[in-house]
Design a protein around this ligand. Sequence first.
Ligand code: ATP
Length: 321
Amino acid sequence: MTETEEREEIYLRDSHIINCSFDQWYPNFLQCTFPSRIIPLTENVLQWLESDGIVMDGVVSRQDEYDRFDAGEPEWSDDDQGENQAQSPAFPELDEEIEQVIVEFGGSVFPKLNWSSPKDATWMMTSGNLKCKKPEDIYLLLKSSDFISHDLYHAFEKCWPVSDKRKPTQVCLVLRKWYDNMKPSMEFRCFVKNQILFDEKEDIRGRIVQFFVDKVMDKFPDPDYVFDVYITKNKTVTLVDFNPFGEVTDGLMFEWSELHLWDANSDLLPDMRIVGSNAGIKPKSLENRVPFELIDLSEGSALSNLVEELKREGNLQNNTS
Ligand SMILES: Nc1ncnc2c1ncn2[C@@H]1O[C@H](COP(=O)(O)OP(=O)(O)OP(=O)(O)O)[C@@H](O)[C@H]1O
């Protein structure tokens, strides 16, 4: 198979990405997903999101300071008039809209843009999660997240034929009613190829298949896609999200090479892959959740050099237990 044929085979077109944008699918699935509101973002908010740095209540983010320091730039000063100087967000109308939704949804919301939530930025929140109780929480998360930047700049990057689109026609802030205590073990990612659901098991299998057939199958515009569901305590299946069927979506326990090879019309379906606890699972997004320096322990990295230095100085014991 030539490279072009291979790409044709596992292609993601602009339309596949657009169909997974929240504002596209949500109106058709209102009945079976979390209550949500879509707020189109105006140009001034987008400009602020796309500008460098974060200023919240006049405080520049530490990460921004580190970036500037790394780049050899002088330390931040109050009279810095640089072109990209970070601005404190002042969007009274958006604040008001967000506050209204927060009240309507009982005091807290889960934020995302067209495709992604800022789940890599939870370390910025004292709560360590995406529960937002005021507009500032949302602004801070959006500005700190690589996934949000991905929605703004790279959403169409993996498309074939190569897309000239950079960002969605309308960037939306999505606010979803917040649910405490969602158990990761009750979340399932379902792969659909040619309108056929990739395997699942017994009771869970039955429930997801029923949900797929009743609520999803004929309503989503593409034949291939991925959707996430949550099974509540009383075993109700709730739709969480749609994702494109391709490498831009985390295949979790499946390799995309096997998902692409899956012949949806054959009887030979692979097993459902379930792990009973979180032990041993490392979502591919984990490396995005903390500053890169904390992950990069490879030889020669700043952190490993520091560890070595501390060991040499006797300030750090080798942990042999
Ligand atoms: N309304 C909510 N309340 C609380 N937690 C939520 C809510 N919606 C989603 N979550 C949690 O956040 C996770 C990510 O949600 P979602 O799929 O919408 O974001 P995403 O950034 O598109 O993630 P992915 O790229 O993995 O699809 C969910 O798996 C779920 O654990």
